[in-house]
Each structure stands twice: as structure tokens, then as C-alpha cells.
Ligand binder design. Structure first.
Ligand SMILES: [Zn+2]
Length: 342
């Protein structure tokens, strides 16, 4: 009998967490589900699928995993293993027959030898007939919000994929016929669902919104899971988002940059009056305190206007003449160092 490295089968390290194992298993079980393949590939997928399910049957169960780890510490995949309860001190040998046929489940000899009895017992105890209640799974989803939505809140309609307990196998992953075909042995089915969410104001990028009872359906009398929405900032055409600060360009004409001005500028909180001091340079930044994005600590980021200086699209004849006079004045007193105009 050959030793099977179940960690290798699922592609996870020996230190993998329960969650990692479950994730790796679900991904592989979906990929190798025999119903998704045809011809020779189907037979191959069938074998792979059985092995993946077997690996999860062991590593997905704390007791079986501990037993397996203890047993298999010194073996590598493919090693010849002989279990002799008398000599080796391993008291785990299969002492069948049990009252249903384990080979129908598609387990390897290796598995049957070590876990056959445990499995038969657990299937008898928690089989299809004795229905249990499960709490529905929590759903984690990412949601992109515009700046206005984060600041003011919004009504959103979300289309989610919700995991539900498989009704064919009651989440047990097995039926009497072997690995459950309905759910691909994962114990879960994915249902599409649409939820309407009232997003409250004052959210910030990176925050999480918990919505009770909007997760996966429970099974039996189990309650519904929760929905966790992870907030991200959607790209914005007006504002550059820099953490909780926002930045935009503000274009001034030369006269405004030199003499100063009062302007009405947009903010996510509505337009505000901005006083431009005289003598502004291109690239200078003006700060509006607490007009940025909400922060985790309840404060608010700042809003920056980066000054850009440009000339008006159209200049009148009179403006041109005045610029001419300005140039003469500059040349007389403070000429541009590189100018060669006389
Ligand atoms: Zn199922």
C-alpha cells in the first residue's frame, strides 16, 4: 500500500490553516469535477476528483488530520506503508466489514486502511436521514464607491454569488452513492442573488460594512449568514485620491495668479468660496481642511488644489496691448534672464 501525501494533493503546506485547506479544496474540486470533462479527460478528472475529495475528507477534519499527521510524519508520497497493528503499534487498521460498501465512495486502500472505520461511523451517525442545522456562510464582497457615495451614502444593488448548503447531500459532501454530484463534493452550491443595500454616509476606503442576514442561506433551522462589504474607492475623473486626501488642479489666469482672487470651487461636500492670495506660483498647493474623504478614526482628510497657470483662450486687442506695455516695463526693470528681444 502506498502512502498518499494529502497536502501535496491539495497543493497546500503542512502548516495550512483550515481556511486555506477549504479554499484549495473547493478550487480543485470545481476544476476537476467529472461532469465538466469528456472522453479520456473525464476518466482522468474522475480519478483526480476522488483523490481531492479523499484528501479533504482527511485534512478538512481536525481529528482525521491530527491522526494523519501523527501517522505520516516520516513518510513521503509513494512510500510503501504497511500497517500492522500488532507490531508497529498503530491501532488504526481497518477492521471491517462495515455495513455499507466503502469502495463505492471511491476511497483509496490507504484511506480505507486508516480511516475506513471512522468514516463509516461518521456516515452512519450524521448521514442523510439525521438532518442538522447549519448557519449560512458569510459572504465577503468588494464594493467600489465613488467619492460622493462614501461621503453621502448611497442605495446600491449588488449581484452576489452566495454559497448555500447543498440540499442533495445536506452539506455532507457524500450521498449513499459516493461523492455528491450536485455540489461536486464541496457540500455547497453557489446561487446568484441580488441584494439592495443602503450604504451609510462616512465610509472610507478599506472599511468593512457588515450586513446581518444578507449572507448565504442556512440549512435546516440554521440562521442566514452575514454579508461583509469591503469598501474600495472607485477611480474618479475630478479628484486624485491620496489616502484620505483628495487633490485636483486649479487653473488660474496670470492676473489671478498675480493679484489674487476669490473663486467658487467644487468639493465633495458642495461648492465653497476659495480666497486666492496674490503672487501664486504654478505647482503651489492650497489646502481646504476636512474636505477630503472620511477616515477610520472619524476625522476627515483634506482637499488640495494644485495651482496651474494658463492664459485665457481668447485675448482682446486691448489685453494684447497691455501685455505689450507689461513686457516693456519688465524689460526696462527686470528682464527675463534668457530673453533676447530688444
Ligand atoms: Zn452535495
Amino acid at each position: 500500500m502506498q502512502y498518499i501525501d494529502y497536502y501535496e494533493v491539495l497543493g497546500v503546506p503542512k502548516t495550512a490553516s483550515e481556511k486555506d485547506i477549504k479554499q484549495a479544496y473547493r478550487k480543485l474540486a470545481r476544476k476537476h469535477h467529472p461532469d465538466l470533462h469528456q472522453g479520456d479527460a473525464k476518466a482522468q478528472a474522475e480519478e483526480k476528483f476522488k483523490l481531492i475529495n479523499e484528501a479533504y475528507e482527511v485534512l478538512g477534519d481536525n481529528d482525521k488530520r491530527a491522526k494523519y499527521d501523527q501517522l505520516g510524519m516520516n513518510w513521503k508520497a509513494g512510500d510503501e506503508v504497511n500497517f500492522d497493528p500488532g507490531a508497529g503499534g498503530y491501532a488504526y487498521s481497518y477492521q471491517g466489514p462495515v455495513d455499507f460498501d466503502l469502495s463505492g465512495f471511491g476511497f483509496s486502500d490507504f484511506f480505507s486502511q486508516i480511516f475506513g472505520q471512522d468514516f463509516a461511523r461518521s456516515q452512519k451517525g450524521s448521514g442523510h436521514s439525521s438532518r442538522q442545522d447549519y448557519r449560512g456562510e458569510d459572504i465577503n464582497a468588494e464594493i467600489s464607491l465613488t467619492i460622493a457615495e462614501m461621503v453621502h451614502g448611497a442605495d446600491k444593488e449588488l449581484h452576489l454569488s452566495a454559497p448555500n448548503v447543498c440540499t442533495a447531500c445536506a452539506g455532507q459532501r457524500f450521498t449513499r452513492q459516493g461523492f455528491c454530484r450536485s455540489c461536486g463534493g464541496t457540500g455547497q452550491t453557489e446561487d446568484k442573488k441580488t441584494v439592495k443595500v443602503k450604504v451609510p454616509p462616512g465610509l472610507h476606503p478599506g472599511s468593512t460594512l457588515r450586513l446581518k442576514g444578507l449572507g448565504g442561506k442556512g440549512y435546516g433551522n440554521g440562521p442566514v449568514g452575514d454579508l461583509y462589504l469591503h469598501i474600495q474607492a472607485a477611480p474618479d475623473a475630478t479628484w486624485h485620491i491620496k489616502g484620505s486626501d483628495l487633490e485636483a488642479e486649479l487653473t488660474l489666469y496670470p492676473d489671478q495668479a498675480i493679484l489674487g482672487d476669490k473663486m467658487q470651487v467644487p468639493t465633495p461636500y458642495g461648492p465653497v468660496q476659495l480666497k486666492i492670495q496674490p503672487h501664486m506660483h504654478a505647482g503651489q498647493k492650497l489646502r481646504l481642511k476636512a474636505k477630503g474623504l472620511p477616515r477610520a478614526d472619524g476625522t476627515t482628510g483634506d482637499l488640495y488644489f494644485k495651482i496651474k497657470i494658463d492664459i485665457p483662450q481668447q485675448l482682446s486687442q486691448q489685453e494684447r496691448e497691455i501685455y505689450q506695455q507689461l513686457r516693456q516695463l519688465r524689460q526696462a526693470e527686470h528682464p527675463h534672464p534668457d530673453s533676447t528681444t530688444k
